[in-house]
Design a protein around this ligand. Sequence first.
Ligand SMILES: NC(=O)c1ccc[n+]([C@@H]2O[C@H](COP(=O)([O-])OP(=O)(O)OC[C@H]3O[C@@H](n4cnc5c(N)ncnc54)[C@H](O)[C@@H]3O)[C@@H](O)[C@H]2O)c1
Length: 368
Amino acid sequence: MKKLKFAIIGCGRISYKHVEALVGNKEEVLLAATCDIEKEKAEAKKNEYIERMGQPLNVGVYTDYKEMLDKEDIDVVTIATESGYHPEITIYCMNKGKHAIVEKPMALSIKDADNMIKCAEDNNVKLCISHQNRFNAPIQKLRGAVEGDRFGRLVSGTARILWNRNMGYYEQAPWRGTWALDGGTLMNQCIHNIDLLQWMLGGEIDTVYAQCDTFLRDIEAEDFGAVVIRFKNGAIGIVEGSACVYPKNLEETLSIFGETGAVSIGGLAVNKIETWRFKDGKDSEDDILKDQGADPDTVYGFGHINLFKDMINAINNNEEPLINGEEGKKGMAIILAAYKSRLTGQPVKFPLEDFSTMEMVNVDKINK
Ligand SMILES: NC(=O)c1ccc[n+]([C@@H]2O[C@H](COP(=O)([O-])OP(=O)(O)OC[C@H]3O[C@@H](n4cnc5c(N)ncnc54)[C@H](O)[C@@H]3O)[C@@H](O)[C@H]2O)c1
C-alpha cells in the first residue's frame, strides 16, 4: 500500500510526539513537510525526523501552511498549534481535502467544534482528536471491563489531575492560560482525564457543576477546578484538577466504581493499574498488578503512536477513527459547561447549545 504523506503544522513542545508517532508507524507513513511560523522550529522538526529515521529524506520546510498545501502532495496534516487556532487551520486543510489529526482541545467553542465535524463530513475526510491516553494499555483494559459489564451498576468515578505548572511553563508560551487561545488547567491539562471519565461512565451528560479559581499563577484562566458531572445513566463523576501542586507533578488518576467492581489507574499520567477488583473473579488483582509494564516517565505517555495507527487504519479502510470529531467534542463540552457553571454559579444542563472560552474574559469582574 502507498505510504500516506504527513505534514506537521506547529512544531512546538508537543510536536516531538508527532515525530515519534510517524517513526513508530514508518511502514505506513512518511513525513513530507513541516511548518511553523518560526522557521527554525520547522527546520529542527525536519532534522529530528530525519535523525530518528536514520537516513537522508526529502522533507519540505514552511512558515505558511497554505503555501505548503499548494506546493506539497500531502494526505494528512497534524495540527499542534495553539489551541485557539485549531478550528481555522483544520477547516482550511480539510477543505483542501486533507485528513487531520488535531491536538486537544479540538476547539474552544461548541460552534467551532461543530463546524469542524461538519467540514470533515462535507469533504469526506477523517478527523481525529489527540486524546492519546485512550490508547494507554491499562485504559484499554478498563474500557474492556466496562464494555464487558463487569462493574454492574456504575456508581461513580473520579478524575484527579494533581500536577504542577509553574510560571516558567506559562511564560515559555504566552498563549497558555489565556481565554482566547487556551483556557485554564481544566481545558489544557485535565481534558485527557475528563475525556476518559466520560468514556468510562457513560458519555451522555445530564448536568455539570463547577467551582474554579486562579490561586497561584498569574494567568487569566483557572489554575484549579473542581467539577461534578451527573451522567444520564445516574453515575456521578468528580474532577479534581490542579496546576498548583507543590513542588512538582504528583499523579493523574482515574478511578471507576460500580456495584461489582473497583478500578484505579494512576501513576504520573493514568498508565499504572493500582486497584483492580471484580466480583466475577475472572482475573486476580495480584496478577494484573504484577504483569504491567513500567510507568512512562513523561505525562504524555506513549499513546500518540497508537492514536496515529488507528487514524492510518481509518483512512486506509475508510472507517472512523476511535476519537473522531464527535468523540473529541465530548470532553471539551464538559469543560465549557464547567466554565459556564463558574460564570453563572449554577449547574449547567446538557446539551450545551453553544459556549466559548471567550465568554469568560470578564469572569473576574463578574465574580468579584
Ligand atoms: N496531547 C497532549 O498530551 C498534548 C500535550 C501538550 C500540548 N498539547 C496541545 O498541543 C498544542 C500545542 O501545544 P504546545 O505546548 O506544543 O505549544 P507551543 O507553543 O510549544 O507550540 C505551538 C507552535 O505552533 C506554532 N504556530 C502558531 N501558529 C502557527 C501557524 N499558523 N502555522 C504554523 N505554526 C504555527 C508556534 O510558532 C509554536 O511553535 C495545544 O493545542 C496543546 O493543548 C497536547
